[in-house]
Design a protein around this ligand. Sequence first.
Ligand code: URA
Length: 430
Amino acid sequence: MTEAFDVVDIIRTKRDGGTLSVAEIDWVVDAYTRGVVADEQMSALAMAIFLRGMDRGEIARWTAAMIASGERMDFSGLSRPTADKHSTGGVGDKITLPLAPLVAVFDVAVPQLSGRGLGHTGGTLDKLEAIPGWRADLDNDAILRQLEDIGAVICAAGTGLAPADKKLYALRDTTGTVEAIPLIASSIMSKKIAEGTGSLVLDVKVGSGAFMKDIDAARELARTMVALGTDAGVRTTALLTDMSTPLGLTAGNGLEVRESVEVLAGGGPADVVELTVALAREMLDAAGRTDADPRAALADGRAMDVWRRMISAQGGDPDAPLPTAKETETITAQEDGVLTRLDAYAVGVCAWRLGAGRARQGDAVQAAAGVELHAKPGDRVTAGQPLLTMHTDTPERFDRARQALEGGIDIGASDEGVRAGEVVLEKIAG
Ligand code: URA
């Protein structure tokens, strides 16, 4: 087959700050998926995009080309509207677990096609696999059946959705080109649009534990994704939410399932409840359920009922005890004062090194490994008081995990300037 373009010309155009044409974008994404454009050529192009950026038209076309590389799912045959949530990833971000069953209580179908963790941020599937028997892999028919019968499904995204992104994301991960707004926005939105949800709420994390460290970059990412979704006919909104400190009191797979179940039982940490309810409200509004009361459905057990059915439908036993770690070690406060900083990235790396995350795709994770917090920023602490407990099955990991916390914990004289408990920072509407 004669190729329409020479990839080196396309790389040069972007390297020199030019704009790629529709035909060039369509060709380069397709040719990369077919293996005609080599990994080293696509890495050069990704780096040029990282450094030079893309305009809105280029990003929209790049997203469309990635969608066209694979299949599209179709939920239009379901008897209820669909609503989905996507988080850009953080530490202790277990919100999908209580959120999906909570929104399904109100007769909205929630297809959460999720991924595994890589690096310091956890993955939803790794968390749910801590539940004995639970299976992540469902085929498209089983997904549709579960959405019709129960209303919520959390499962692995199949390989058929946006295969160009799968290949490109793995390449970006190893070439220092993950944190580019055009590439993140097109990567996330190509999968969400191909999935076929009617509405989408984006949880764009801001802070040390997130891709976007400052609010201006997070706002730009959120606006770009909201525009992509809206233009593709998906009702899309975004919340910018704090990721300077971990969400809730746990980071690690089984520990986060336990905390999610506490939320579904009407309890749980205030920040996890606040964000779950805020995202549920957005999803329910977008799906036309404007008078739904998600807080009440957590308090009265309706969300828990859906959770139990959702877990059982995928082979999990909602009553089985969650695995506990063989060893624990507790870190205590060095002095009296106020905990002024408990850094999300430091805790995320600590949990990862304890075995909650993986260094390479395909590595196994420990279901019980992670970090349990006993204090949050703004809390008064006294010398010797437990601040956090590390959990692992492999105690030789404690030293490196402890090192990850160095410089991540500050105790000060007062709580002045500590923004405690404020999770939702801003909303970006479509
Ligand atoms: N999540 C994705 O799916 N893609 C990115 O580029 C970043 C986060």
